[in-house]
Ligand binder design. Sequence first.
Ligand SMILES: [Zn+2]
Length: 327
Amino acid sequence: MFKPSRRTLVLSAAAAGAVFGLDKRVAFIGDAQAQKATAKSILDKGFVKFKVGDIEVTQIYDGVWQRAHDAGFVKNASVEQVKAALKSGGQSDETVPITFTVTVIKSKGKTLMFDSSTGGQLAPTAGLMMAKNMYKAGVDPAKINVIAVTHFHADHISGMISKETNSRVFPDAEIVLPAAEYKFWMEPSLIEKLPEAARGNARRIQAVFPKWKNVRQIEDGQEVIPGVRALSMPGHTPGHTGYVVSSGKKQLIVSSDITNIPVLFVRNPGWHAVFDMDAQMAEATRRKVFDRAIADKAMINGYHWGLPGAGTIKKDGTGYAFVPVNV
Ligand SMILES: [Zn+2]
């Protein structure tokens, strides 16, 4: 198992915890301000649909966090460089617009959701859009058979854990958790190694997941449902895991948080976002997965890639370019 040094762990967990730990709330805003990052017509709709072979894919918009600039956000780039990258991507440079988008697939009678949104638990205005946009997209929450989790950061798991009681928000869905991620977060001594801001989410994970029934741990390469396999993508967290959705010759790589927003981190794969627990490993994974997507002519999506948050990757000088799918 990957073991980060205590220093790496504390520094990165402090940074991530300050953002996504449940102990410290951050300000999220709704669709009005997100228009700078994504076309208004798509945001108003709240979802996009496309096909991967026979599989129907729906991406559901959950909101955006306009993150104020700070020097620590990208460890090896300045605020000026970040602002310039946003502008060159046609976006406002006032803030860093970090969006949240959940992907649902329907395949052979099964409905599978990747991760579960913020659940409205990181701030009053995020997560609440999920229910509305799910309904608009024709996805019935009660009919979700499987939730496949990529990693245990609070913005990915809170939507399936009730805020008041920690009970399951999707009681009938099988929960699939990456085994490596489970092992890392379940270690009792982890709590004391984390800074205070990150402990709430870790304590919650340790209290909740072992008690839930209908939970399956998955290893790299194993099948979630027919046509969907786990693919280890470590670095962002030790057990961060993506999924490969296949239908005939078509593929969608669900890459979750191997990058944060494309305009910064697809274009500059060597930039290290504060959220990555092991920045070097995260960069190696990012390049490897992008190169695979190019070689396989696969579609790829990201949890923080806005709408449409899926498309293809192309080599672009020393970096890559994200080309969104036509919807
Ligand atoms: Zn995330």
